[in-house]
Every structure is written in C-alpha cells, then in structure tokens.
Design a protein around this ligand. Structure first.
Ligand SMILES: [Zn+2]
Length: 70
C-alpha cells in the first residue's frame, strides 16, 4: 500500500497597484512557461529574471512591474 500524497502548494502573490486585485502569478501562463523553461526557479529572487518583472492585471489590464520575494 502506498503512502498518501503530500502536495506542495505554492503561490506567487501580488496586488495590482491600480485596482487592488489580488493576483497569483502562478495562474498566468507565462509564469508556468518560465518555470518549465527554467528561466527562473521556484522561490528565486534578487536576480535579473525576478526583478522588474512585467505583470498585466487580469482585472483592469494595467501594466506594472514586480520584484519577486519570499
Ligand atoms: Zn488591476
């Protein structure tokens, strides 16, 4: 009998500076693509790939930049 599974649950949360919408960047395809391509790794920060990252708010469509942290 195999053990029950334990599932990591990771989010990359930010907030739109315009409308206040809470955004989990893991729900955006480009983040998953960047992780698959190893452009950056989970929990990476303070690198050129995780600083001044362009984000588009899914609610109000404003563009803004974020720096990843954990
Ligand atoms: Zn917004």
């Amino acid at each position: 009998m195999s053990n029950p599974k334990a599932t990591w649950c990771i989010s990359l949360d930010t907030e739109c500076p315009e409308c206040g919408e809470a955004i989990d960047l893991f729900e955006q395809d480009w983040v998953n693509a960047a992780l698959s391509d190893r452009t950056f790794d989970v929990c990476e920060r303070d690198t050129r790939w995780t600083t001044d990252v362009n984000v588009t708010c899914p609610k109000c469509s404003v563009d803004f930049k974020v720096d990843f942290e954990y």
